[in-house]
Design a binder for this molecule. Sequence first.
Ligand code: SF4
Length: 97
Amino acid sequence: MAYVIAAPCIDHQDQACIDSCPVDCITFEPGLDRKAYIDPDGCIECGACVNECPQGAIYHETELPGPWAVFARIDRAWYRDSDMARDAVDAAAAAAA
Ligand code: SF4
């Protein structure tokens, strides 16, 4: 189990969450990614990042609002195949537009 960064992060990437994480498991590549991602294998579920996000984008994966459930898979996917995750973010953003 882990925390997940959902749709409100897309095209914001405030980065306060990155500074708040005690285990440095929040990442994105500037210029390539439209959101940040939490490494589910590194997250210790401390919750420190949740209130740091001005977009309210971070949820425990068991508490993701239904339309954003896909972001648990997207965050996990980024650490295996970042291009696949980026395509999924584009698709999620387009679906929400
Ligand atoms: Fe990092 Fe804690 Fe947020 Fe997990 S819940 S991403 S460990 S700050």
